[in-house]
Ligand binder design. Structure first.
Ligand code: NAD
Ligand code: TYD
Length: 345
């Protein structure tokens, strides 16, 4: 009998990576090695339910460390690269670490992969590499990269190396470009878990600018199903957009959360905008849909599941919010909230 397939998942202790590991262990008899540096965003609480599974192994390490990456690559059949600094606001404050992980870290992984017998390297990029959509523009995979934040530029740098390595050395690379994910275990610096957990605590919901920017909200399980498909059936060398068609303004999202939790709209505060704030992300997923994928959660279903999870898992986020997060929150929102405008909707 052939040995079970071994997946090397990087950044698996974060939001999407932990959901993906749980999804894959439930569906397949694969082995999973989770290589994660455990930055502020990495959290082993995200995987408590699988940590005793004999098919799962956690290794604390940095994707920039070629010794550990080379050692693990020798055991792996496929790589799924989630490891990244993921928050746009932090990239505006301190871009260097984004370049380090997204660009140099991806280089280290690719170097190790081309010297090993990897049958697939699935790289998780982002819709933000296209920059923002203007008017009715909906990006397709052939549109040029025009990143507008340090985060997006670092992600573009990581992805471009993947394309070059595939062309030069024939490494079997597939690229995913997902929209904004929502669901369980998302660090509460991101808009939706921040708004939901603040609402549960009767704290203000800080909306940047006028709250009119638009994001497409992809439920994380739908994203995992798309990655599963790309891992097995994505065409080598191709990039695939993953969008849900759940586009809403930030103000709509905040109002929906408050309605679901039966909290007053007066919790909404308009605060100073993010510099260079991208207006809208919108993509077409036709290429992925042609492989047989479609999202199973519309906006309401995705929001209902997400809001319910944070309502029912207070211990998870209370622990995060009582740690170094408080210093981050004060730095990011203290002055902004002091100068905020109330909601008059
Ligand atoms: P996250 O911040 O929740 O998790 C990132 C994980 O990577 C953490 O566990 C962290 O410890 C780990 N990590 C960071 N630097 C590392 C390093 N140098 N070596 C090893 N591990 C490291 O992020 P997420 O939201 O789960 O995003 C996962 C991936 O998906 C990222 O590549 C991100 O750019 C991409 N993405 C996310 C979204 C979204 O909406 N969250 C949308 C599009 C693309
Ligand atoms: P975020 O979750 O940071 O994702 P991204 O910037 O990668 O899309 O932000 C989602 C949207 O919400 C974005 O338009 C910025 C906005 N936002 C706020 O209005 N207030 C906040 O406190 C945060 C974190 C984001």
């Amino acid at each position: 009998m052939a040995a079970p397939r071994t997946l090397l998942v990087t950044g698996g202790a974060g939001f999407i990576g932990s959901n993906f590991i749980r999804y894959m262990l439930a569906k397949y008899d694969y082995h999973v090695i989770n290589l994660d540096k455990l930055t502020y965003a990495g959290n082993l609480d995200n995987l408590r339910d699988v940590e005793g599974d004999p098919r799962y192994r956690f290794v604390r390490g940095d994707v920039c460390d070629s010794a550990v990456v080379t050692e693990l690559m020798a055991e792996a059949d496929a790589v799924i690269n989630f490891a990244a600094e993921s928050h746009v606001d932090r990239s505006i404050e301190d871009p260097g670490v984004f370049i380090q992980t997204q660009v140099y870290g991806t280089f280290v992984l690719l170097e190790a992969a081309r010297n090993a017998s990897i049958d697939r390297f699935l790289h998780i990029s982002t819709d933000e590499v296209y920059g923002h959509s203007l008017g009715d523009q909906r990006f397709t995979e052939d549109d040029p990269f025009k990143p507008r934040s340090p985060y997006a530029a670092a992600k573009a740098g990581g992805e471009l190396q993947c394309h070059a390595i595939k062309e030069t050395y024939g490494l079997p690379i597939v690229i995913a470009r997902p929209a904004n994910n929502i669901g369980p275990y998302q660090y509460p610096e991101k808009a939706i878990p921040l708004f939901v957990t603040n609402a549960l605590d009767d704290e203000p919901l800080p909306l940047y600018g006028e709250g009119l920017q638009v994001r497409d909200r992809l439920y994380v399980d739908d994203h995992c199903a798309a990655l599963d498909l790309l891992l097995h059936e994505g065409e080598i060398g191709e990039a695939y957009n993953i969008s849900a068609g759940n586009e809403r303004t930030n103000i709509d999202v905040a109002e929906t959360i408050l309605e679901m939790l039966e909290k007053p709209k007066s919790l909404i505060r308009f605060v100073e905008d993010r510099p260079g704030h991208d207006q809208r992300y919108a993509m077409s997923s036709k290429k992925l849909e042609a492989l047989g994928w479609s999202p199973q959660h519309d906006f309401e279903a995705a929001m209902e599941k997400t809001v319910a999870w944070y309502r029912d898992n207070r211990d998870w986020w209370k622990k995060i919010k009582s740690g170094e997060y408080r210093e981050y929150y004060e730095r990011m929102y203290g002055q902004r909230l002091a100068g905020s405008k109330p909601f008059k909707g």
